[in-house]
Design a protein around this ligand. Structure first.
Ligand code: HEM
Length: 218
């Protein structure tokens, strides 16, 4: 008997794992599903990569005005695999937005937003905004020229919204212009607020999908 089988038996005897594992492995997949149904799952894989690489980056990144840029330089030049992990985090951020967009378009064109899946769609829209906001808030963190000007433009766009715009801009910047306050806020949003929000939204999204199953073709 192989080591893996022995380990499995050890835990199976204590926790009766065979039943749930067999249920998952033998579950029937509806015949109408095709590769486009993987878009949501691929978006989730991207999120998992982001969580893992983000934690690794947080071990070295310093969220303060004098140290942010130099800590990123250190990650790129001195930390073992630092450039790889940072590159993976930055590229997967783009792939995640791209895959979430494909997933959104797919579920829109098959009309999967119709009853009874209205709230799966609504939670999806919220997930989409959170995903984009992850990208926007992460962009400032290296505190280089690109980050500075992208955030200047982004917060000005927020400021142009009717009624709430100026409040949103003030809230994001933590003052009249980009400063250490802005960096602290963006860091808190990027590593605390958005991860907590996305986990809650994903739990809602997945539990509704589990409950209702994937939609049938019209
Ligand atoms: C972080 C972002 C997201 C993740 C990880 C995610 C994940 C998933 C997964 C794994 C499924 C089941 C498989 C599938 O049909 O693709 C699914 C289904 C669904 N998602 Fe998402 N999703 C995300 C964003 C969105 C967005 C932006 C929308 C649209 C506004 C959306 C709306 C839906 C709907 C309506 C379904 C049900 C599809 C059906 O029953 O045919 N999701 N999602």
């Amino acid at each position: 008997m192989g080591v893996a089988t022995r380990i499995f038996r050890y835990f199976d005897r204590r926790y009766r794992l065979r039943e749930p594992v067999e249920y998952q492995l033998n579950k029937r997949i509806p015949a109408h599903l095709n590769w486009t149904n993987c878009f949501g799952g691929i978006t989730f894989v991207c999120f998992s990569v982001q969580a893992l690489t983000g934690i690794l980056l947080a071990f070295y990144y310093k969220p303060s005005m004098p140290e942010a840029y130099t800590s990123v330089l250190r990650i790129m030049e001195e930390v073992p695999f630092g450039a790889f992990v940072r590159g993976l985090h930055a590229w997967t951020a783009n792939v995640m937005i791209f895959m979430a967009t494909l997933h959104l378009l797919k579920v829109f064109f098959i009309s999967a937003y119709r009853p009874p899946r209205e709230f799966t769609w609504v939670s999806g829209i919220a997930l989409f905004f959170v995903t984009v906001f992850f990208g926007f808030s992460g962009y400032l963190l290296p505190m280089n020229q690109l980050a500075y000007w992208a955030t200047t433009v982004g917060t000005q766009i927020a400021g142009a919204f009717p009624l709430v715009g100026s409040y949103a801009q003030l809230f994001l910047l933590g003052g009249g212009k980009i400063s250490g306050e802005t960096l602290t806020r963006f860091y808190a949003i990027h590593v605390l607020v958005l991860p907590a929000t996305i986990i809650l939204l994903l739990a809602a999204h997945f539990s509704m999908i589990r409950r209702q199953g994937i939609s049938e073709p019209l």
